[in-house]
Design a protein around this ligand. Structure first.
Ligand code: ADP
Ligand code: GN1
Ligand code: MG
Length: 373
């Protein structure tokens, strides 16, 4: 999919066509095309984030923007109640000049604009464990702020997003169809997934049986979806709200571990560098449980480690499926990148499986400490 240009038509739709200093590609998201716009103002300079929304992934961009508007307005109220700064602690949507949350251009493509959160950074890998801890606090707190959000008003932006058994079926269908002739290259990876078919059901079954609750969750809690404040070092703003939907707390926990507790980049080719760092796992588990402020049930806590393994396995299967199908979903910057991503995820799964007892012990220890024993 080609990256689109931000044409004058788009800037005009949002009333941003004047005094533009620059518009440039921004960030490392795999899904939307993101740009930073810098504008000259009387006070100096102001920035905005402009995004071309991915219509292949999000079939109903207008409904998605209704979700984001609802959630950000809700967060804004709660942040004000807590004495926080709603301009920096939540995303703020800039409406079009005719009052809409997104703009449909002449080609039928959808665009949106957010206020840029200044003086904050987003990281691709953990450099300082405290940043990871702060991100955990913030993602946990995010879940807390949305704990009484009217979940029934949320549109399902991607059906079955974290339905891991369904992701497994999708992989098997892709293997069957083999439309790009790539299956012969990935037989080992397919076997890896097949050996875990039963495991894919574990969390979904617990939820179906009513043993764990559905909550309003973020569903895409990787480290580069949080902004860390330059000055305070706190996780100031949770971004990328496209997949805020009813989901499982363990999946929000797990997706952060998948990405942030890995010792290597998501697309690392040297698999000997890839493992799950238990000290980072501990740092994150502590922050997340603290951020959730005692809201997690004992059953959820018991399955946090499964959340980490499940999200990593699921993500690996999604990357593998996309590779087999010809790289239509996740943006790639080089051939084979989705296969490399799938391989790192499976390597991590294997490593976490070996460390599962230790991971569970860490979680139990933190939960005990939190009970004030
Ligand atoms: P994607 O869905 O493609 O991952 P994101 O919404 O996560 O897109 O945005 C991509 C990147 O743009 C983020 O990782 C972050 O670096 C940056 N970004 C997004 N929104 C903002 C914002 N409001 N202020 C500052 N940076 C932002
Ligand atoms: C995508 O949008 P981004 O880059 O934050 C994906 C996540 C994956 C992640 C893997 C909507 O996240 O589900 O876990 O890539 N988002 C969507 O890095 O599919
Ligand atoms: Mg993102």
């Amino acid at each position: 999919m080609r990256v689109r240009e931000v044409e004058k038509e788009i800037l005009e739709a949002f009333g941003l066509e004047k005094d533009v200093v620059s518009v440039s590609s921004y960030g490392n998201g795999h899904i939307n095309d993101t740009f930073a716009l810098e504008q000259k103002t009387q006070e100096g300079r102001k920035q905005y984030i402009i995004q071309h929304m991915n219509k292949e992934v999000f079939r109903e961009p207008e409904l998605l923007m209704e979700n984001i508007a609802g959630v950000t307005e809700w967060l804004r109220k709660k942040i004000i109640e807590e004495g926080g700064d709603p301009e920096r602690e939540t995303l703020n949507v800039r409406k079009t000049t005719d009052g809409k949350y997104s703009y449909k251009d002449k080609d039928g493509e959808f665009w949106r604009v957010f206020h840029f959160v200044e003086d904050a950074d987003c990281y691709e890998q953990v450099k300082n464990p405290d940043d990871f801890y702060q991100s955990a606090l913030a993602f946990g707190h995010f879940q807390c702020l949305l704990s009484d959000y009217p979940a029934h008003t949320l549109h399902e932006t991607i059906p079955d997003f974290h339905n891991t058994p369904r992701r497994y079926e999708n992989l098997m269908r892709a293997v069957e169809e083999d439309c790009e002739g790539r299956v012969c290259e990935v037989l080992e990876e397919i076997e890896f997934a097949k050996a875990r078919k039963d495991y894919t059901h574990v969390l979904c079954d617990l939820q179906k049986n009513g043993e764990i609750p559905l909550r309003v969750t973020h569903n895409d809690t990787k480290l580069n979806n949080i902004l860390i404040d330059h000055e305070t070092g706190k996780g100031i703003c949770v971004i990328d709200l496209d997949t805020v939907m009813p989901g499982l707390a363990m999946n929000d926990f797990g997706d952060s571990i998948r990405f942030g507790a890995s010792t290597a980049a998501e697309d690392e080719r040297d698999l000997s560098k890839v493992s799950c760092d238990l000290s980072l796992f501990e740092v994150y588990a502590r922050g997340f449980m603290e951020g959730c402020a005692g809201a997690l049930t004992a059953k959820e806590v018991e399955h946090l480690t499964d959340g980490a393994i499940m999200m990593t396995l699921e993500c690996g299967m999604r990357f593998l499926t996309d590779y087999i199908e010809g790289d239509h979903y996740f943006r790639i910057h080089r051939p084979g990148q989705n296969l490399d991503r799938a391989r790192t995820q499976f390597k991590l799964v294997q490593d976490m499986e070996q460390k599962k007892t230790q991971m569970n012990e860490i979680v139990r220890k933190i939960a005990k400490e939190a009970e004030g024993v």
